[in-house]
Design a protein around this ligand. Structure first.
Ligand code: SF4
Length: 79
């Protein structure tokens, strides 16, 4: 899975960095992806959740069929 952020759409809310700080870094001008290529299934699950919940609808992924996984499934400890 390769993750991308559309910085034109990103509103710098910080949600992606809060959920996956090893992957996303958020600054005033928008989020950047520190680790674009993600192999681990638990990280993938969180990214699928972010696709649904990113308020800017700024995230896209390449390399896998789209799946929507709510956060409470991907990271139950964050409920
Ligand atoms: S969750 Fe979406 S809008 Fe918020 S900082 Fe991340 S990419 Fe930007």
């Amino acid at each position: 899975m390769r993750v991308k952020v559309d910085t034109e759409r990103c509103i710098s809310c910080g949600l992606c960095e809060e959920m996956l700080p090893e992957v996303f870094k958020v600054e005033e001008k928008g989020a950047s992806v520190l680790l674009p290529l993600i192999e681990e299934e638990d990280r993938k699950a969180v990214v699928w959740g972010l696709l649904e919940d990113c308020p800017g609808e700024a995230l896209t992924v390449e390399g896998e069929e789209p799946r929507i996984i709510p956060f409470y499934v991907a990271r139950p400890e964050r409920r």
